[in-house]
Write a protein that binds this ligand. Structure first.
Ligand SMILES: *[C@@H]1O[C@H](CO)[C@@H](O)[C@H](O)[C@H]1NC(C)=O
Ligand SMILES: *[C@@H]1O[C@H](CO)[C@@H](O)[C@H](O)[C@H]1NC(C)=O
Ligand SMILES: *[C@@H]1O[C@H](CO)[C@@H](O)[C@H](O)[C@H]1NC(C)=O
Ligand SMILES: *[C@@H]1O[C@H](CO)[C@@H](O)[C@H](O)[C@H]1NC(C)=O
Ligand SMILES: *[C@@H]1O[C@H](CO)[C@@H](O)[C@H](O)[C@H]1NC(C)=O
Ligand SMILES: *[C@@H]1O[C@H](CO)[C@@H](O)[C@H](O)[C@H]1NC(C)=O
Length: 452
């Protein structure tokens, strides 16, 4: 198995969620009724809601042309594992799935030496950030849900897997997203004696060109924008709240030092430390002074990251720029793929579904770029999933986009900050409206806009 070490911020999970606002920060933008959506649909960091065929109906009098399936990887080990905790994280033995996991070939578009046939590690000890058994299992469940909709019900995809001709599969260069794509595929097309040798290629970009991550290498200006957001009084007030809890949690990390910026400019790693354990029913950690994390710390840090993701990517005065530079490059590829699907719809054996296996960062960029409401902007759970469907009206020939976010129709706010009238209805958003909106986010000249 290949493992790529990375410092990008990645994931989280959980149990409780309130309308809590951290510290003295006033949420000036409480978009729609978050509490009622959470009560109705549920939210837990540990496992996303999955699309459910019993609640799924095709768009009337329309043909499905193309599907883009975006997902966050499944349950994983923490980003940082203390030496003393290595024995605790013995949850990654995926050789138990060798008979049900599809063969995968991973290829790097940059032609570097990273092309390989996937081989599952034979150790149960998790590397930092590695997909766990639980994550593999749930990613397979997501694939099965997709099968029941697009294979069994709509018959949009072939029921047999003779080749991957109908599928395009993309991950990031980070191992857990490749594995998640593999298990998703294993649910979408379960192994049979006849298809067990059919290998699927998963491609990824090299790190410097990766649009599935907030990528300062792709856009140096993003680092400036991130710094501006952190420097706002709202964000500084947020960071200053609850200093004792922060100090207690920080000193639980082997890698902690007061000068390491990701501990002082975000609460993502503090929450990751706790949520990874909550999701595996492991005891909460203690620091070297014997001070232990509590259930209320778990709730505090989960609420903190709920604030962080919304404020950073959607609600701050710098968020529109963040969206241009972080969501824009991915949106350009998404829109281009939809247009080529329209252009090639008459071809037989065309690609029908494009799978994007990414991170919480990927999903948050998609949601923020679309100006999702508060429910859509919740921190992406493990296996968070967004299905973007392109439909064609049989009477008019017009195209529309429907988006299911964790099984529910995505709700969005206005095209401009402060405007709460939805810019589109994602039961069926007219494709021209969708295109114009996407083009308003996509930088026409990324290099020029991103110059520092
Ligand atoms: C990758 O290698 C192939 C074959 O050698 C070549 O045609 C292609 O241009 C290369 N792509 C890149 C991005 O270097
Ligand atoms: C585990 O994998 C390593 C490296 O692929 C190999 O050298 C070793 O023999 C394997 N161990 C077992 C028990 O299969
Ligand atoms: C799959 O590959 C194995 C090993 O190469 C081979 O023995 C087997 O016959 C193949 N099965 C099918 C169904 O092609
Ligand atoms: C935080 O810790 C300081 C120093 O130990 C203590 O004086 C203070 O009361 C604590 N604050 C809270 C809110 O617990
Ligand atoms: C951070 O502080 C440690 C000592 O606490 C020092 O060894 C290290 O070089 C510092 N790192 C940076 C990036 O300043
Ligand atoms: C398809 O177009 C017809 C005619 O304009 C319209 O009445 C119908 O609502 C459209 N269907 C959908 C699902 O948009």
């Amino acid at each position: 198995m290949k493992y790529t070490f990375t410092s990008v911020f990645l994931a989280l999970a959980s149990s409780s969620l309130s309308a809590y606002v951290p510290g003295t920060v006033v949420s000036e933008l409480n978009k729609r009724d978050l509490a009622s959506d959470v009560a109705k649909f549920g939210y837990t960091y540990c496992a996303a809601n999955l699309p459910d065929v019993s609640q799924y109906a095709p768009v009337a009098n329309s043909d499905l042309i193309f599907v883009q399936a975006f997902m966050r990887h499944g349950d994983r080990a923490p980003v940082f594992i203390n030496d003393a905790d290595i024995p605790l994280w013995n949850l990654c033995d995926k050789t138990v799935y060798n008979n049900v996991a599809r063969p995968i070939y991973v290829t790097d578009l940059s032609n570097s030496t990273l092309n390989f046939n996937y081989v599952t590690a034979n150790t149960s000890t998790c590397l930092p950030g590695e997909l766990t058994q639980k994550g593999a299992e749930y990613s397979m469940s997501l694939g099965k849900k997709a099968r029941s909709i697009y294979v069994d019900t709509l018959k949009f995809l072939d029921s047999d897997y003779k080749s991957q001709s109908q599928l395009r599969v993309r991950s990031t260069y980070i191992d857990r997203t490749q594995e998640t794509a593999r298990y998703f595929l294993s649910g979408l097309y379960p192994i049979t004696p006849a298809n067990k040798n059919v290998s699927t290629t998963i491609f990824h970009y090299q790190a410097a060109a990766e649009t599935l991550l907030t990528n300062t290498a792709l856009c140096p200006k993003l680092a400036t924008v991130q710094g501006q957001i952190i420097a706002t009084p709202q964000f500084q007030t947020y960071l200053a709240a609850d200093p004792n809890v922060t100090q207690k949690l920080n000193t639980m990390f082997d890698v902690y030092s007061p000068n390491v910026t990701f501990f002082t400019t975000s609460r993502v790693y503090q929450s990751d430390l706790l949520q990874t354990r909550v999701c595996q029913n492991l005891p909460l950690p203690c620091n070297k002074l014997g001070q232990c994390a509590t259930a209320s710390d778990v709730t505090l840090e989960l609420n903190n990251i709920q604030f962080e993701v919304k404020y950073t990517r959607r609600d701050s005065q710098y968020s529109p720029q963040f969206q241009r530079f972080a969501s824009g490059p991915l949106f350009a590829q998404v829109l281009q793929e939809l247009n080529s699907a329209i252009a090639s719809q008459k071809k037989c054996n065309r690609v029908r579904m494009s799978i994007y296996s990414g991170h919480d960062d990927t999903m948050s960029n998609i949601m923020a770029g679309l100006h999702a409401d508060d429910f859509g902007m919740l921190w992406p759970s493990y296996d968070d999933n967004t299905l973007l469907e392109l439909w064609k009206n049989k009477s008019t020939g017009k195209y529309s986009v429907r988006i299911l976010n964790n099984g529910q129709i995505l709700k969005v706010l206005g095209a401009n900050q402060g405007d709460s009238t939805p810019w589109c209805d994602f039961n069926g958003c007219d494709f021209d409206t969708f295109t114009n909106y996407m083009n308003s986010i996509i930088p026409a000249n990324l290099a020029a806009e991103c110059t520092v």
